[in-house]
Design a protein around this ligand. Structure first.
Ligand code: NAP
Length: 262
């Protein structure tokens, strides 16, 4: 069992720390979601990623509540469906009710409505944060130019941008652009977006006595990128968190980077 004190975290602009390995919950609903989140918390995950459209906030909240882990030790993210633009407050209030909590650690705009950054939503997000309903606010699936739009108009950059990320999508320029702006890059679909049969992953995995999936997840951490793998299987939930006993050498990391554009 992992000791959660050893988990790497990243500081969020404005305060707070986000565990770098989170548990993804898309496509987990009902009892299966509850069991998966309970198991994730049992094995040491302290960061759970949900969204209003996943239809599982109630199960996530119940799992956190029943886990015995103090609320303040779990980092919970949920997301505003873009169709709820204009109804931000009502949406976060319902999310909090479903989750059974007074605040989320991170609230994200799930994707830019009609491909637009939408300053009105962002201003409402900042107000919700200032009222204490979300400790931090950010976005998902935004382009860097859209992060700039929000910052220029409001004076505040999103704390996090959650985007699809995996070795085949590796882009050093994008990493640098987020870092320069002080925006935490959080990756999603790390495993789905990777061909786990790539030879380089097998070779690096063999060198460390781990699986190709664990190499992919560790590669994120070695790049200081937050990663949120999802699984419904108990064994995979455990394996996806068993990342703290090894790390990639610079050369191994560069070889995995090479899967991009290959
Ligand atoms: N912001 C957004 O727009 C957005 C979009 C997509 C996802 N997300 C978030 O990111 C999370 C992760 O992304 P994702 O669910 O799309 O994909 P993912 O975590 O990359 O992959 C999940 C898939 O990989 C399988 N899997 C899990 N562990 C594995 C392992 N060790 N070896 C081999 N296969 C494994 C899972 O199957 P089993 O369940 O059978 O193990 C499932 O089919 C989501 O759950 C969600 O919270 C956000």
């Amino acid at each position: 069992m992992a000791d959660d004190h050893q988990q790497p975290t990243v500081a969020l602009p404005g305060g707070g720390a986000m565990p770098m390995v989170g548990f993804g919950t898309w496509q987990l609903t009902g009892g299966r979601c509850y069991e998966a989140v309970r198991h994730a918390l049992d094995v040491g995950y302290r960061h759970i990623d949900t969204a209003t459209i996943y239809g599982n906030e109630r199960e996530v909240g119940r799992a956190v509540g029943d886990s015995g882990v103090p609320r303040e030790d779990v980092f919970i993210t949920t997301k505003l469906p873009p169709r709820e633009a204009g109804r931000e407050r009502r949406t976060i209030t319902r999310s909090l009710q479903a989750l059974g909590t007074d605040y989320v650690d991170l609230w994200l705009v799930h994707w830019p409505p009609n491909h637009q950054a939408r300053l009105t939503i962002w201003k409402e997000f900042l107000a919700v944060r200032d009222d204490g309903l979300a400790r931090a606010v950010g976005v998902s699936n935004y382009r860097v130019s859209q992060l700039d739009e929000l910052r220029e108009a409001s004076g505040e950059v999103p704390a996090v941008n959650q985007i699809r990320w995996a070795p085949p999508l590796y882009d050093a320029t994008q990493v640098a652009q987020h870092r320069r702006r002080g925006v935490v890059l959080e990756g999603y679909s790390p495993l789905k977006a990777t061909n786990l049969r790539e030879e380089v992953l097998a070779e690096v995995a063999a060198a460390h006595g781990v699986t190709p999936a664990q190499v992919v997840l560790r590669w994120h951490l070695d790049h200081d990128i937050v990663v949120i793998p999802k699984s419904k299987s108990r064994d995979r939930i455990e394996a996806n968190f068993d990342l703290f006993g090894f790390s990639l050498s610079d050369e191994e990391r560069r070889r995995v980077d090479g899967l991009a554009g290959g």
